[in-house]
Design a protein around this ligand. Structure first.
Ligand code: NAD
Length: 465
């Protein structure tokens, strides 16, 4: 089936798909769960290993586990999420009742990135399907083996008219974006997010944009900076920094800088040994383009600011760049121009909290502001003094593991939220329903406007509010 045919098939099927029972949808999602707990886990892990050398343990932890966790939340809550909700009836509307009734949006498109290609594809696919939509998934061209495996898995479980995968690159994405969908769920870069939103506007199609940005971390004077260094290093160099919510750059209070550096150094040796390039648990950079982009960034930062405190080695054959930490590099330099999305970490020391706050606010709103602190006052000041999709305090990354927390950005880091009920609502039109059961108010207040009606209106205006 070609692209036009599959789009037409799903569009034609959308009204019938909306009528499918929750039992049917949950049955399909259960088949997917069993496949992921069974032999498909190994198949997907092999594909991801071929694509960018991810260890099967990490695939289990960061791809399969969160996908299954989300499926469990859907299974437990779908009935409640899909049920009509009664809303209050104000006094003048006596004799009526009102509800909201979630209904599917119709035909949906999911465009996914490469860095967590299983979870970021299957999670929106499952949520959209659970909500009663048809789903067309376009995974990333940068993880071809995983995308092909996903296509096979989805075809094994779903009928093409209800959920299907199309593979390909920018050309396929561009072709898809010309077509009419009822919702587009896009995860990727801010630059492409703008293209998606522009294309969606032609059809007034709603969008969820899960984008990126430079997520800062502040380690204040009260923090256990040695522990913070260890947690930040774990979070930053997992997946070789190719995570949308990876700590992008760090502000450490000057008095805590040495403790922080000791923490970073300790965890890097512990996790990846003396030569991370040889570590089988250290992920490579996804492709040559990104390897070249990051290598150039590394060279420029070294020229601008001197050698890094840790790391700085590259291996083109293995497409690996060692975990690299710069202390106080140039703030106008290569590392601070755009989202790093790789294993390079600039660390800046500060003396007054107002300095990092000012710098954070001078940039676009990030996905996350991370705070390491024991001071409730400082935590509040940072939370209230910045805007971001999320805050995480005294930990990095783990907030994403709580699928009950809505996930998403604000402004340039995204529009809309995913996970749990928030994710379900992105794929849902929360339709309003008004029922008049008894005597309607317009019988009393319709023209002719007698002096009695005028007095009644005035009495309502004065006393009702
Ligand atoms: P990307 O924006 O380059 O690509 C994402 C998807 O868009 C891919 O499927 C790709 O084929 C498609 N695409 C690329 N260029 C396109 C174009 N010109 N027109 C139409 N479609 C196009 O992103 P990526 O490199 O795959 O992923 C990295 C980015 O994604 C980072 O910025 C990261 O922060 C962000 N990200 C965000 C989240 C989140 O949940 N907020 C999660 C993961 C990654």
């Amino acid at each position: 089936m070609n692209l036009d045919q599959i789009i037409a098939l799903q569009r034609a099927n959308a009204p019938a798909q909306a009528q499918t029972s929750l039992k049917y949808r949950l049955h399909k999602l259960d088949q997917l769960r069993r496949a992921l707990q069974g032999h498909w886990q190994g198949k997907l892990a092999d594909a991801l290993h071929e694509d960018f050398g991810k260890s099967p343990v990490e695939v289990g932890l960061t791809e399969i586990f969160p996908t299954l966790d989300n499926l469990k939340i859907i299974r437990k809550n779908l009935k409640r999420w899909s049920a009509p909700q009664k809303v209050k009836t104000p006094l003048p509307l006596f004799g009526s009742s009102s509800y909201t009734q979630p209904e599917p949006k119709g035909s949906t498109l999911v465009i996914a990135p490469w860095n967590y290609p299983i979870f970021l594809s299957l999670h929106p696919l499952c949520t959209s399907f659970a909500a009663g939509n048809t789903v067309l998934l376009k995974p990333s061209e940068h993880t071809p083996k995983t995308s092909a495996a996903l296509a096979e898995l989805v075809a094994e479980i779903f009928k093409p008219e209800e959920a299907s995968v199309v593979t390909g690159g920018v050309d396929v994405s561009t072709a898809l974006l010309k077509e009419r969908f009822d919702h587009i769920f896009f995860t990727g870069s801010t630059a492409v997010g703008k293209i998606v939103m522009e294309a969606a506007s032609k059809h007034l199609c709603s969008v969820t944009l899960e984008l990126g940005g430079k997520s800062p971390t502040i380690v204040d004077e009260s923090a256990n900076a040695f522990e913070a260094g260890q947690r930040v290093a774990w979070a930053k160099f997992t997946n070789a920094g190719q995570i949308c919510i990876a700590p992008d750059h760090i502000y450490v209070h000057a008095r805590k800088l040495e403790d922080f550096k000791r923490g970073v150094a300790k965890v890097l040796i512990k996790q990846y040994g003396e030569d991370p390039i040889q570590s089988k648990d250290y992920v490579r950079v996804v492709n040559e383009n990104h390897f070249d982009r990051l290598s150039t960034m590394l060279q420029q930062a070294t020229q601008e600011s001197g050698a890094p405190f840790i790391g700085g080695a590259t291996h083109a054959g293995k497409r690996k760049i060692t975990p690299t930490v710069f202390i106080n590099p140039s703030k106008d330099g290569a590392l601070m121009k755009e989202e790093i999305f790789g294993p390079l970490l600039p660390v800046f020391s500060y003396t007054e909290l107002s300095e990092p706050l000012q710098e954070i606010n001078a940039r676009e709103h990030p996905l996350v502001v991370y705070i390491y602190s024991k001071s409730k006052r400082n935590i509040r000041a940072i939370q209230q003094g910045t805007r971001a999709g999320a805050t995480a305090v005294n930990m990095s990354l783990l907030q994403i593991a709580n699928n009950y927390l809505p996930f998403g950005g604000t402004g340039h880091s995204g529009i809309g939220k995913t996970n749990g009920h928030a994710g379900f609502m992105e794929f849902t039109n929360n339709r309003s329903a008004f029922y008049q059961w008894g005597f309607p108010v317009n019988k009393i207040l319709a023209p002719p406007y007698t002096s009695g009606k005028a007095k009644l209106v005035q009495r309502l205006i004065k006393n009702l509010f």
